[in-house]
Design a protein around this ligand. Structure first.
Ligand SMILES: CC(C)(COP(=O)(O)OP(=O)(O)OC[C@H]1O[C@@H](n2cnc3c(N)ncnc32)[C@H](O)[C@@H]1OP(=O)(O)O)[C@@H](O)C(=O)NCCC(=O)NCCS
Length: 182
């Protein structure tokens, strides 16, 4: 079955009542036209990820073909004011919803809170659609551990080279959203 294409778009009325000022933002499921961005962003940040080798075009294409066949594995592009600025994905892994491939690709949008908004929007969607815990695996030496903590994740276990972090929804401000087909 072909993978569905959709965008997660926050409800504007809710946004106007909150501190967030990101009106023109959405998470869009990837298509083949996003593969170059995904590859370049991942290669540029490979020191923060498990796979350290450079991803070639051929490898990226092979990943995409396999990805299309997998259920419960979604990758999104963060779209902000018509700019593709980063990516974030989730997949079911060992009975957990594993958030992965979180990258701010376009550094001119750094530290604006946009990626924080993206992970909160994605967690809102996941909470609605899955019963499993939301987790992320972060390499021990990645300073982004602090970033995940700011966004509601807590460290629950340390392995040889990564820390497992779990999302705590207790004080989470759910972002209301709509799903639109792409
Ligand atoms: C983690 C990442 C997505 C955050 O992107 P961002 O758009 O800069 O973050 P936001 O604007 O949402 O968050 C801003 C806050 O987080 C802090 N922050 C951002 N990136 C950080 C990082 N890598 N480590 C620690 N703190 C970070 C900022 O200082 C800022 O703090 P402030 O609100 O107190 O000023 C980005 O740094 C990135 O792409 N890192 C490389 C890839 C990576 O490590 N991904 C995670 C793999 S598990």
């Amino acid at each position: 079955m072909a993978k569905e294409h959709f965008k997660i778009i926050p409800v504007k009325k809710i946004l106007e009542n909150t501190a967030s000022h990101f009106n023109n933002v959405s998470l869009d499921t990837i298509s083949s036209s996003d593969l170059d961005n995904l590859r370049n962003w991942k290669n540029a940040h490979r020191k923060y990820f498990f796979l350290k080798s450079i991803i070639t075009k051929k490898m990226q294409l092979q990943w995409f073909e396999e990805f299309k066949q997998r259920d419960d594995d979604y990758m999104f592009i963060l779209n902000y004011e018509e700019n593709k600025i980063g990516c974030i994905g989730y997949r079911l892994l060992d009975g957990l919803v594993d958030i992965y491939n979180v990258i701010l690709g376009n550094k001119s949008f750094a530290s604006k809170g946009l990626m924080s908004f993206a992970i909160k929007l994605l967690c809102s969607y996941i909470l609605d659609n899955y019963k499993s815990d939301i987790t992320v695996r972060v390499l021990l030496d990645n300073p982004a551990r602090k970033w995940y903590e700011k966004n509601g994740f807590e460290e629950v276990g340390v392995k040889s080279d990564y820390v497992l972090m779990k999302f705590n929804a207790d004080n989470f401000k759910f972002i209301k959203y709509n799903i639109l087909p792409l």
